[in-house]
Design a protein around this ligand. Structure first.
Ligand SMILES: N[C@@H](CCC(=O)N[C@@H](CS)C(=O)NCC(=O)O)C(=O)O
Length: 245
């Protein structure tokens, strides 16, 4: 099988190969993941599978050097709808964290909260940087993530999901205008805010990390491609194990 492996070890797959890569019917084990290194303790518990938006929270926690307990929640087995999980997030979604006894959901809110709480170079310093972090985070969830998510839902990656490669191609085409905005922005700076990696880069890169799995051709956005490769090569990025990878 033709397969490109990104420098971070993730496979990049063309849409035409997706049906081959994730043939139907799916076995549950196809979405199983190798747990990332679990560390005992703590004031922070992260609920959710690495093959979900939980990846961005795990990445941030690793990046901040936090000790945490990771509790995988299986999407395939309805793990988000158990009484325990619904008590933490009545929407029935992951990720969820409990930080010093306080439950919190919404992946980007979690990341902004943790960055702010723990500070350091990842966090915005001052109001202007905070505004930019918010701008890029809202930007990626509104201008980019809906298309990536719709594409992912139509490549048959999850049991019961449709395979509609025409729809996938349509969603990928919609990604081009926002990615051109990002590409232009990166023409004059190495990272979104300036010259250091921040939670803004992490939030945007975490969403864009999924584009490789739906076959988006990033070569037309070379600055984004280089920046994304750099972000996803950081040792703190949680490893995902995909079928056959
Ligand atoms: N806006 C939410 C979306 C959360 C979400 O939709 N999570 C998905 C996994 S990526 C989920 O839990 N799906 C399970 C379900 O809908 O039953 C966030 O960013 O946290």
């Amino acid at each position: 099988m033709r397969r490109v492996v990104e420098s971070n070890g993730r496979p990049a797959i063309a849409p035409a190969l997706i049906a081959e890569r994730w043939p139907r019917p799916h076995g549950r084990q196809r979405m199983d993941v190798q747990p990332i290194e679990e560390r005992t303790m703590s004031g922070l518990t992260i609920y959710g599978d690495v093959l979900s938006r939980t990846d961005r929270v795990l990445w941030l926690a690793n990046e901040l050097g936090l000790e945490y307990e990771h509790r995988p929640v299986s999407l395939a087995q309805g793990g988000t709808r158990t009484p325990e999980m619904l008590a933490l997030n009545p929407n029935g979604h992951i990720p969820v964290i409990v930080s010093d006894g306080q439950p919190l959901y919404e992946s980007m809110a979690i990341n902004l909260f943790l960055a702010r709480k723990h500070g350091g170079p990842l966090a915005p310093s001052g109001l202007s940087e905070e505004a930019q972090v918010l701008q890029w985070t809202f930007w990626v969830v509104t201008e980019v993530e809906p298309y990536v998510a719709r594409a992912l839902r139509n490549v048959g990656a999850m049991p019961g999901d449709p395979v509609n490669l025409e729809l996938v191609a349509e969603q990928l085409a919609r990604l081009k205008p926002p990615l051109t905005v990002l590409d232009d922005h990166l023409a004059s700076r190495p990272y979104l805010l300036s010259d250091r990696f921040t939670v803004a880069d992490l939030n945007v890169a975490a969403v864009l990390s999924w584009t490789a799995l739906v076959g988006f051709d990033m070569s037309t956005h070379s600055r984004v491609a280089a920046w994304l490769t750099g972000c996803l090569s950081r040792p703190s990025v949680p490893r995902k194990s995909l079928p056959g990878a």
